[in-house]
Design a protein around this ligand. Structure first.
Ligand code: B12
Length: 211
């Protein structure tokens, strides 16, 4: 079986030990870390598809997520090892209120940190005001809002609307992300951009702040 097939097996079976073993193997054998993370990400999305199709129930999805989190926790310090010795800006990041999906957000935060951004990670289920208050407190350059549910995406819009109401919209670049986010949604709510994965998120953040 290929590495990707093994990852799929570990995630779909919610096999924490195998996920852990594969993540360590990837590091030991110098497999490109982004390729390894992609393999795990594809597998967890497959678990989501099975859930949507009624083949998986919530406990199974939760076990898959647990295996995914264990693997990502092994990659995180390795991502940080290559941390660039530079300061690109301050980033407030979190998953919007009502939403507990934090795997993707944490990956974006880790890669941004390794690239040289200073990260203020508020975690998951974060109220709109908390994002804004933190950004004001630390003098952030960028606010990053993750949402994985179609029902919680509206929080991304609410955050931008609140910035406008407080007359501070122009102080921050706002990036949004998460599986349901589309280009159309970015335009509709007036965000500064979105990215499909953590690596593109960092590239976009750099481009926006260089301007
Ligand atoms: C894992 C998972 C869970 C885990 C979450 C564990 C955790 N701590 O995160 C658990 C089991 C707890 C869970 C719960 C639920 N889930 Co869920 N879950 C998923 C699943 C399978 C994978 C998400 C994931 O981790 N992906 C891997 C990461 C690496 O990818 P990512 O999150 O997309 O992030 C990448 C990019 O999007 C981007 N990105 C992410 N954030 C940001 C932010 C910025 C600023 C930028 C630029 C980029 C960016 O970069 C990231 C890294 O590459 C998805 C399926 C899917 N296709 O997304 C369903 C999914 C999101 N869940 C779904 C549902 C319905 C639920 C529940 C409501 C189920 C229930 N009945 O209770 C609950 C919601 C609880 C809540 N209130 O939040 C649905 C949502 C459907 C919808 N249309 O809204 C999905 C799509 C599954 C499905 N196909 O039905 N879930």
């Amino acid at each position: 079986m290929s590495f990707a097939e093994n990852c799929e097996e570990a995630i779909l079976n919610g096999n924490v030990e195998l996920a852990e073993k594969l993540a360590n193997k990837a590091i030991k054998e110098n497999i490109d870390i982004n390729i390894a993370i992609d393999a795990f990400s594809l597998a967890i999305r497959k678990a989501g598809d099975l859930f949507e199709e009624g083949e998986f129930f919530l406990p199974e999805l939760m076990r898959s997520a647990e295996a995914m989190k264990v693997a990502m926790a092994i990659f995180e310090p390795v991502l940080m090892e290559g941390k660039e010795d530079r300061f690109l800006g301050k980033v407030v990041i979190g998953t919007i209120e009502g939403d507990i999906h934090d795997i993707g957000k944490t990956l974006v935060a880790a890669i941004m940190s390794a690239e040289g951004f200073e990260i203020f990670d508020l975690g998951a289920d974060v109220p709109v005001d908390k994002f804004i208050d933190k950004a004001e407190e630390v003098g952030a350059d960028l606010i990053c809002i993750s949402a994985l549910l179609t029902t919680t995406m509206v929080g991304q819009k609410r955050l931008i609307d609140n910035l406008k109401q407080r007359n501070i919209r122009d102080k921050y670049k706002v990036l949004i992300g998460g599986a349901p986010v589309s280009r159309k949604w970015v335009e509709e709510i007036g965000a500064d951009g979105s990215a499909e994965n953590a690596v593109s998120a960092v590239k976009l953040a750099r481009r926006l702040l260089e301007k």
